[in-house]
Ligand binder design. Structure first.
Ligand code: TLP
Length: 346
């Protein structure tokens, strides 16, 4: 099987499993797991912030950040296609009691002026705008990178209005590798950043929430309240340390494979491809065959891909490259799709 549904499907390598098996462990709820502590310190250094907290998932990382930056009744500014808005099961309403204020961005990105336009003035009868969330790379926009200058401008405008800034940086290390800009520079000046180990970095589980020491102290309590206190979690953190040592630079291969895939698909009649910047490729198909049917046909031939945006768009398919997908697998995928979309086949 060639599994292009997501970069979450990667299997830990033998070397990663070996690092996990050798990890020194303790009870992290007591603050006694040395491997978790080492990972958190490493993540904080990488992001250029004071502290970090190991999270079971990216969703929990984002939602704990929202809970810490807001109080019930506040508004959170998000982009229309963002993961926090669309794929986290309304958790910001469920757990934090906040309302999303949605901006329709372009390619997942909005401007400082668009932000300014939705910030409520400070009057008692309007909900206070307290947080803005950005996402880079942007999943639903096809792995698009939020241009670093634009991100800085949004953050500065937010800060000038007393609004905190959180980055859903599930794939921010893909952005570092694609742009060549060190991640600590990309996230400079933000109040919190979540990044995932369980995506292109190849870990079985885990994300990190990063920010100031005070923010992380509060986040630790909220994580525990949500049931996210983990015990001998060093066995998972060891995978994270291994990934930060070995799997960042190799993301360039995933980007290269995604670009080969994008180029190959764009040459197929009846297919068009969104601009590809990192490890996600979105294909749009015209003709009689819809995305669900094409995915079924691909699966029968050993290639897994997902209808994009959880199937809400019937003609879009998302492909994600990762460390278990070779160049050869990508070339075979292009050939298969070309065959399936041949006018005589559809
Ligand atoms: N994304 C998953 C699915 O939920 C769509 C995927 O296959 O891409 N932020 C972003 C930008 C994400 O893409 C994801 C996961 C998350 C947060 C949540 O991470 P997890 O799955 O660890 O809760």
């Amino acid at each position: 099987m060639i599994d292009l549904r997501s970069d979450t499907v990667t299997q830990p390598t033998v070397a990663m499993r070996d690092a996990m098996a050798r990890a020194r462990l303790g009870d992290d709820v007591y603050g006694e797991d040395p491997t978790v502590a080492a990972l958190e310190e490493r993540a904080a250094q990488l992001m250029g912030v004071e502290a970090a907290l190991f999270m079971p998932s990216g969703t929990m990382g984002n939602q704990v950040a929202i809970a810490c930056h807001t109080r019930p009744g506040h508004e959170v500014v998000v982009e229309a296609g963002s993961h926090v808005l669309n794929v986290e099961m309304s958790t910001m309403a469920r757990f934090s009691g906040v309302l999303p204020r949605v901006i329709a961005g372009q390619g997942g990105v909005f401007t400082a002026d668009q932000l300014e336009a939705v910030i409520h003035p400070d009057v008692y009868y309007l909900a206070p705008t307290k947080l803005v969330c950005m996402e880079s790379s942007h999943n639903a926009a096809g792995g698009r990178i939020w241009p670093p200058d634009g991100m800085l401008q949004v953050a500065e405008r937010a800060r000038a209005r007393g609004i905190a800034v959180h980055l859903d940086g599930a794939r921010i290390l893909n952005v570092q590798v694609a742009t060549g800009i060190p991640v600590r520079q990309l996230v400079h000046g933000l109040d919190s950043v979540m990044f995932c180990l369980s995506k292109g970095l190849g870990c079985p589980v885990g994300s990190l929430l990063c920010g100031s020491r005070d923010f992380i102290r509060e986040a630790r309590a909220v994580r525990k309240a949500l049931g996210g206190g983990m015990r001998q979690a060093g066995v998972l953190a060891a995978a994270g340390l291994y990934a930060l040592d070995h799997n960042i630079e190799r993301l360039a291969e995933d980007h290269e494979n995604a670009s080969i895939l994008a180029r190959g698909l764009s040459e197929i009649p009846g297919a068009s491809v969104w601009p590809q910047e990192t490890n996600i490729v979105v294909l749009e198909i015209s003709g009689r065959l819809g995305a669900p049917e094409l995915c079924r046909r691909l699966a029968r031939n050993g290639v897994l891909a997902s209808p994009a945006a959880a199937g809400t768009h019937p003609r879009r398919i998302r492909f994600v490259t990762h460390l278990d997908v070779s160049r050869d697998a990508v070339l075979r995928t292009v050939d298969l799709i070309a065959r399936e979309l041949r006018p005589s086949a559809v």
